[in-house]
Design a protein around this ligand. Structure first.
Ligand code: ANZ
Ligand code: ZN
Length: 822
């Protein structure tokens, strides 16, 4: 017999899978499948020449899952594709100085080669490349559906602007006031942008989380991102003459538009609102500002433009601000309170204005201290009374003080009572607020699908008719962004000049392209339907295969990608295109591979390229090694030497199987086998890969103990259990065991027999006068006589009993023999 030769085995089986179509299926197969299982993994950005080990880690973990499900009899659809549009790919093209239309297909080709080499069970007949017009035509269709439904709108908005990348950044791309990608300080700009109204779906996106089988960390991140806050909206009337005399609060009436509305989670503290703060961008600033303060306010507003939106929210940021010179009336106390402008109040949360309660809000306390403003206690904690001084904000609970008729109420009662009281005069109402913002989908860049809108002077923003899709992205040699803040497409007159689809008059194409997250927000719907060019997703096939049964991916996409996919699915459901509203029934986040104490990434320069490792050891060993690094949901530490263990294991497995004899299994080995089947069958579906591998390694040691030759019945189930990890090797051994067809179609998952797994012997403790003196291995349920005899024969015990008189023997079956001596 020849030894294990991974290179030949892997070449052979990759060819076979391809020629036999092991992992692909026809449209009819898709439609008639009786046990469909959609196994999805996050598709890669081909924004590098090749995949690194971190990518392979994620795909392998997902592939192991798919292969396992297939072995349990399911019809597993496991597609892969390329998220090839977007800033990652465009920046890579800029760096390489090659046009993305030339560069990205090369990357895709290399990624494909690498993915094939790693032995993933991909359906190569159904891949998706988001830059392919036959795909993005439907991305544009999705945009049109949202537009028609009134869920897409163009509006001016303040955005984070990276002057170096020359693009808008999402808040989470701003780290410490700097661009996550290039570290340049971020500025604010106002530009017209396309938004999807995801905020309309905030509550549903929140509620549905309870129905999903997702990693806990991921649902938690989604909840925080949606950020539901319960509170109230209160009105503070403007005081036009600037008079600062207090009035009887019961005479303060709903002032129509002449009030500043605030969102507060603590309406119970309104008696402590001693001043107000507006965001620098708040439109009421112009009406409030006094002549004396105008210059100072304008200067402050200009400066706020240069502070990014993220650092503005930091609680520990030094407080800055300026008095407007204007006053509003506190609707609870009747007092005139000064109105300030400060950048710690954000325009795009709540109403962009706050009532400041320095006694009970930390940021307001810091601000009041800095500016010398009144701080008043209106909540007394358990050890306080109305006059206990405040040397920091008291944000804990307690009872109301200095709050007129509401004194003595607790927080929850007061929130209701105060809001109801103000509500009688239309000065307040309960309100729920969400941190979630509308999704800005326009990008002033080149490498994306053009937004399918035409601007006409007479007709406004007109959608491109569906039968004119796709709006092709033209090849533009100079695709670099510039400081103008508009897309490079706006430099291509022959492209953007067009006719209005409605009136036929001269019109201009929208020159922004859409966000990559729109491409990836619906790709899972496309995979099973790539055979169809006349529809984005076939209803019958979609009904059969979706929602996705299991989705595996990185936690870096826990919020945006998953939220946007959920939102688009909900919208398409509401518009009658889908029968389900949640796309991913089960989601599991995988861990990361750490190398030398840092996440493996290109920027850290610690990336491991898979190809040479596969050359030397084969894909199966590499896969096994990766899955053995640690719990798949936690990741692990990559060490070059570590691969020797799995490599040796596969050699031993090979030798053991090819030399196995056709005879029944030994009883002891069979017991261990069933214990192993039990462990692996329990842990594999929960992605407990490293522990499953450990169990199989342990079992192989038992099979080979003392150099014995294995029986076929001892090793065949092991080959099946190894198959998800090492598919090529398993196929080859399965064939050598005399079977036909792919192991993934032919082999049943080994059946666990608890009878066979049961231990027949058990370890029993032996004590002398209650002290442990030894242990003996006995048949399960051995009788007292047998147990006592074995215990007496144990060497150490025998020594203790030699010169002693045994008065009594206590026997606890399967546990203990205790000699009481005198
Ligand atoms: C008065 C008050 C008193 C507040 C108190 C808190 C504690 P969450 O929980 O995150 O929703 N706020 C409202 N709009 C804001 C904006 N645009 N920029 C900055 N801060 C804003 O936070 C709601 C609280 O954050 C609101 O409740 C408001 O301060 C502040 F003892 O109002 B509170
Ligand atoms: Zn028109």
């Amino acid at each position: 017999e020849t030894g294990y030769a991974p290179r030949e085995v892997e070449r052979k089986w990759q060819e076979r899978w391809e020629t036999r179509g092991t992992n692909t299926r026809s449209v009819d197969d898709l439609k008639s499948s009786s046990a469909p299982y959609y196994n999805l993994m996050m598709f890669p950005y081909p924004s590098a020449e090749g995949l690194h080990v971190g990518n392979i880690y994620a795909f392998t973990g997902a592939d192991v899952h798919g292969r396992y499900r297939r072995l349990t009899g399911l019809d597993v659809f496991e597609p892969i594709g390329f998220d090839a549009f977007g800033i990652h790919s465009e920046n890579f093209a800029l760096k390489m100085g090659v046009h993305p239309m030339d560069l990205i297909p090369k990357n895709v080709e290399n990624f494909t080669r690498q993915l094939r080499r790693t032995g993933g069970m991909f359906d190569w007949e159904r891949t998706v490349d988001t830059t392919d017009p036959s795909y993005y035509r439907w991305t544009q269709w999705v945009f049109l559906k949202l537009f028609e439904a009134g869920l897409a709108e163009q509006k001016e908005a303040p955005v984070n602007w990276c002057p170096s990348c020359m693009t808008v950044l999402a808040n989470e791309q701003v780290v410490g006031g700097r661009c996550e990608r290039c570290d340049t300080p971020v500025e604010q700009r106002r530009i017209a942008q396309w938004f999807f109204k995801i905020t309309k779906y905030a509550q549903r996106l929140l509620d549905n989380l309870d129905t999903l089988d997702w990693s806990e960390t991921t649902t938690k991140a989604q909840r925080n991102w949606i950020g539901r806050s319960e509170g109230a909206e209160l009105a503070f009337p403007l005081i036009p003459d600037g008079s600062s005399d207090p009035v009887d609060p019961d005479t303060v009436r709903e002032p129509g538009d002449d009030a500043i509305r605030v969102f507060t989670t603590r309406p119970d503290t309104v008696f402590g609102a001693t001043f107000m703060v507006l965001a620098p961008e708040h439109p009421a600033v112009d009406r409030l500002v006094s002549d004396a303060q105008r210059d100072a306010v304008e200067a402050y507003r200009a400066e706020a433009q240069h502070t990014d939106l993220v650092s503005r929210q930091k609680a520990d940021k030094a407080k800055t601000g300026v008095f407007t010179g204007g006053y509003c009336r506190n609707p609870a106390t009747g007092e005139a309170i000064p109105v300030w402008v400060a950048d710690y109040v954000l325009m795009d949360y709540g109403t962009g204005a706050i009532m400041a309660v320095p006694g009970h809000d930390e940021r307001d306390f810091d601000f009041a201290t800095e500016m010398g403003l009144t701080i008043r206690r209106v909540v007394a904690g358990p050890d306080d009374d109305a006059d206990t001084p405040l040397d920091e904000a008291w944000s804990g609970g307690g009872t109301l003080v200095n709050s007129g008729r509401f004194d003595g109420l607790d927080k929850a009662e007061a929130i209701r009572a105060v809001t109801a009281w103000l509500g009688e005069r239309s000065m307040g109402e309960l309100r729920v607020n969400y941190r979630l913002h509308d999704w800005c989908i326009s990008r002033q860049r080149y490498w994306g699908p053009p937004i399918p809108i035409v601007h006409c002077d007479d007709c406004g923003a007109v959608p491109v008719p569906e039968d004119q899709l796709p709006v092709l992205l033209p090849r533009v040699e100079d695709f670099r962004p510039d400081d103008s803040g508009v897309s490079p497409l706006a430099r291509v007159r022959e492209w953007y000049e067009t006719e209005c689809p409605t009136c036929g008059g001269p019109a201009r194409r929208e020159t922004d392209v859409s966000d990559t997250f729109l491409d990836s927000g619906w790709y899972f719907l496309r995979y099973p339907s790539t055979d169809f060019d006349d529809r984005p997703f076939d209803p019958e096939i979609t009904k059969k295969w979706l929602p996705v049964d299991c989705y595996i991916g990185g936690n870096e996409h826990a919020v945006l990608h998953l939220m946007y996919s959920r939102f688009l699915t909900m919208v398409l459901h509401d518009l009658g295109h889908l029968s389900f509203e949640e796309p991913f029934t089960r989601f599991r986040a995988h861990g990361l591979i750490i190398r030398e104490g840092a996440k493996m990434s290109k920027s850290k320069g610690n990336v491991i390229v898979p190809d040479p490792i596969i050359d030397d050891y084969g894909a199966d060993t590499f896969r096994l090694y990766l899955m053995f690094l640690g719990p798949f949901d936690e990741g692990g530490d990559y060490r070059d030497e570590g691969i020797q263990g799995p490599f040796g294991f596969l050699h031993r497995l090979w030798d053991t199987v090819v030399s196995a004899e056709d005879r029944p299994a030994d009883e002891d080995v069979e017991r261990k086998l069933h214990q192993t089947i039990d462990r692996v069958s329990e842990q594999l579906p929960e992605l407990g890969y490293n522990t499953s591998i450990a169990a199989m390694m342990e079992y192989l040691n038992v099979v080979r103990a003392g150099g014995r030759t294995a029986a076929l019945a001892e090793v065949e189930p092991l080959v099946v259990m190894v198959a998800p990890f090492c598919p090529h090797l398993a196929e080859e051994l399965w064939e050598r065991l005399g079977h036909e067809g792919s192991i993934f179609d032919a082999a049943p998952w080994p059946e666990f027999d608890p009878e066979k797994a049961r231990e027949t012997r058990t370890e029993v403790a032996v004590q002398v006068n209650g002290k442990l003196r030894g242990t003996v291995l006995l048949e399960v349920d051995a009788d007292a006589g047998t147990a006592e005899a074995a215990a007496r024969a144990e060497d150490n015990v025998a020594r203790y009993l030699e010169s002693a008189t045994v008065r009594r023997v206590i026997h606890v079956p399967n546990r203990l023999v205790n000699f009481v001596v005198g």
